[in-house]
Design a protein. Structure first.
Lengths: 192, 192
DNA sequence: ACTTTCTTGTGAATCTTTTCACAAGCGGCT
DNA sequence: AGCCGCTTGTGAAAAGATTCACAAGAAAGT
């Protein structure tokens, strides 16, 4: 949001304006930000540039994160080509798949590597994150292997809840569950 | 989760077991379920079959939801091919794109339709949901057009917060933001 | 210099969610 | 029939999140 405001030439922004854009309240914006420090000027609001930079540091976006993509199927391919990816500081340093037919295939500058090399690739390329774009049945094993090889966080697209040590953050994206959340809300509105 | 337990031959399941699988607590499972009724048997737990069926009704999954996919790019294609999609009761009744080069292309049984037909397709095919797999710049307009044509819910993959009437549920999937959530958690653990 | 107009940062109040803890109920075993 | 081992459903307590509301500070105009 701050970058969009920058593009529009905005120099300062109030909690009220941020709240409207982000579908929340001004008090919420201020409380949340105050958690990390005091970034605004009374009477003026927040400097867009400064707030953006401070948030980038808080979110750990002031460095490049090396990512390994596991699974070169449809979802993997969509992610790999996603343009905002590299722009945002996420560098996909390797793509891995277990299908012999896919190994060796070229995706841009990367060649698809066999799944057995997962651990060595994580170590050699110093990957901090893995993206799991594999079937549900393979997700738990790949997650364990990744954690053992030193990965620090996991983005999981498989529709299962994977179990990892609690100091390893996991974010889940479950497309069917998102649709089900919509179905529920629509249904509930009809039958109160 | 209940379906996985069914596949494993489980007949009853306790709140404790569900909690372990779902990474939550037994009390939470019971409180949440009690919100919708009383489904368990004391001393025994929940009947897997019965609970599954009841939840399907609560979530509105006891019917087929017609979905229109807007945007036939990488993400759209990954979603369209996603196998669980149809299995789960979501029927993609049309695919729409604004790129003349793509219009007319065949995806399985569907032919990609021009974006101008969005409203008429929603009405004629009685689509309840749209999936927005379009660039950020197009998302707001497509959302408005969809709502005006009678859509009841939106799954938004564009990295913007779209503004629609508050009785229309919107679920957002923002891939970069998921990665940023991981970066934040890892960074925070390092600098407490 | 003073007044007006904004807007932050934050304690206090309110609202919501989660956890605790236990009576009540079910099935199996003796 | 009576007891024992489990597990639910749920009030009550605790924890957490959001909203309120206002003093304090900053700029701009007079």
């Amino acid at each position: 949001m701050l970058e969009l405001i920058q593009d529009d030439g905005g120099v300062t922004v109030s909690s009220e304006q941020l709240a409207r854009r982000g579908h929340t309240t001004a008090a919420q914006v201020r409380k949340d930000l105050s958690h990390f420090g005091s970034f605004g000027k009374r009477g003026l609001g927040y400097s867009v540039d400064e707030l953006r930079d401070r948030l980038r540091i808080i979110l750990g976006l002031d460095r490049v994160w090396r990512v390994i993509l596991v699974g070169a199927g449809r979802i993997g391919s969509a992610l790999f080509e996603y343009p905002d990816f590299k722009k945002r500081g996420y560098d996909c340093v390797a793509v891995v798949d277990s299908d012999p037919a896919k190994i060796g295939e070229k995706w841009g500058e990367r060649v698809i590597r066999p799944a057995e090399e997962l651990e060595s690739l994580i170590k050699e390329l110093h990957a901090a994150l893995v993206i799991l774009a594999v079937p549900a049945s393979a997700a738990q094993l790949v997650a364990e292997r990744s954690v053992n090889a030193g990965v620090r966080g996991i983005l999981n697209f498989a529709p299962v809840q994977i179990q990892v040590p609690e100091d390893i953050p996991v974010e889940n994206v479950n497309l069917v569950m998102e649709l089900e959340a919509l179905s529920f809300q629509i249904t509930r509105a009809l039958t109160p």
